[in-house]
Design a protein around this ligand. Structure first.
Ligand SMILES: [Zn+2]
Length: 260
């Protein structure tokens, strides 16, 4: 359930920020799955089962879990969809530019500037036209020879891809395009492309979707002396920290049935 973890030897404040983000992420999804049942059914034992993956034998991580016990991120009294990713590459991106149906007020792109220590901060890859065609054919069936490929961008991130091939035109969202390729072929949507005779050379920044908390940025902020709540508030606009066990929150959740 915890989408990805960070090394246990990272700074305590970065670990705490990650624990609260992961706990909130788990909580949000439990709420979504149980939106038809009573919020009072949710107790901390359910939660701890869900994210026990993060609470392993590693002392530093367990300490971060205990130090932030029960804390989750709230926006207008509701748990937030606390996306996070490895490395933003300099600035994060609004959710709506990555997932067209998503538009959370607390998932707005912010300047980062703390993640340049990441080994994935910048990258370069070459895509051959054959490779692009093969990956497209998995989703679109056999397609003709590729004539041209163009990237629409907003805020320096690719939002849409338009491919003209011998048999027609394919348009798809940037993230859908990225995910057509295996593994980390395209590390992020924050890239520029150069056409060469056999394909494209992509030069980009960051690793992951770029939405929400930048994990390497959280570490960079912790190293500069920021506390975990400051880190979280930097990446998630307008949120505050609440507690899972707080009765008022449970009541509010029950009343408003989030995530519809
Ligand atoms: Zn960053």
């Amino acid at each position: 359930v915890v989408p990805s973890e960070i090394p246990a030897n990272w700074e305590d404040e970065a670990l705490k920020a990650q624990v609260v983000a992961s706990r909130t992420y788990a909580y949000y999804h439990i709420m979504a799955a149980r939106k038809h049942s009573s919020a009072y059914d949710l107790d901390s034992s359910v939660l701890s089962q869900v994210y026990r993956g993060i609470d392993d034998e590693k002392t530093s991580t367990s300490r971060a879990v205990r130090a932030t016990s029960g804390e989750i991120l709230l926006h207008e009294y509701l748990p937030i969809l606390s996306y996070f990713h490895s490395t933003c590459g300099g600035k994060t991106v609004s959710d709506s530019l990555v997932w067209k149906k998503s538009s959370m007020p607390y998932l707005k792109g912010v300047r980062c500037g703390y993640c340049s220590d990441s080994t994935r901060y910048s990258w370069e890859t070459k895509l051959s036209l054959g490779q692009i065609r093969n990956c497209l054919s998995v989703k679109y069936g056999v397609i003709g020879e590729i004539r041209s490929l163009s990237f629409k961008k907003k805020d320096d991130r690719v939002t849409d891809v338009i491919i003209r091939h011998a048999g027609g035109i394919i348009t798809l969202g940037g993230n859908d395009f990225r995910l057509l390729f295996p593994g980390d072929t395209i590390q992020s949507l924050y890239f520029t492309s150069t056409q060469v005779s056999t394909g494209l050379i992509l030069k980009g920044f960051g690793w992951g979707h770029g939405v929400g908390m930048c994990q390497w940025g959280a570490r960079g902020m912790a190293r500069k002396g920021f506390r975990y709540r400051q880190i979280l508030r930097h990446y998630y606009a307008g949120v505050h920290v609440g507690s899972v066990g707080h009765t008022n929150i449970a009541a509010t959740l029950k009343e408003r049935e989030p995530n519809r």
